[in-house]
Design a binder for this molecule. Sequence first.
Ligand code: FES
Ligand code: FES
Length: 186
Amino acid sequence: MTKPISFILNGDEISCDIQDHWTLLHLLREELGLIGTKEGCGNGECGACTVIVDQLAVNSCLYLAADVQGKQIQTIESLAVHTGSLHPIQQSFVDNGGIQCGFCTPGMIMSAKALLDKDPGADQETIKHALAGNICRCTGYVQILDSVAAAGRQMAGNQGEGAAAAKDPGTITQQSMNKKAGEVIT
Ligand code: FES
Ligand code: FES
């Protein structure tokens, strides 16, 4: 049966008709053309399809599209498209060898983002736990864990700079200098 839903997708309001049996993964890839989210196992075991729903990482292959009504969805496309440059987590995967074939990478990055948005200082065990549902057949995981930890350090540093600048409006950070110069801020 078809039903109308509306939700926020990567900051944009979306209204569309869905079938009751569609998964969120189907809606994203097949109906909305957001193919950055990958389909691996299709049954909740690999994490390739991970997206963020209301700040929680979920397997979109197991999440009914009907259940996103009124919710906020972030996919991998939200990270670089709006800023024009790589998100710190993406850049860290590049810099630390966290990507080989890349198939698991969007899911890994969205799991990492759900964690680091809340806890950029997460320790190794917490990172491992957050990524436990994401399988990689290439890297051996060490570089992935290093990538997430390094991204967390950078995000924590960025938050610290922002807080300091907010306390002291006269402080000119590198970020505010870039902003004044009209450059893209990550
Ligand atoms: S495709 Fe969803 S968990 Fe594997
Ligand atoms: S980089 Fe190939 S599956 Fe992870």
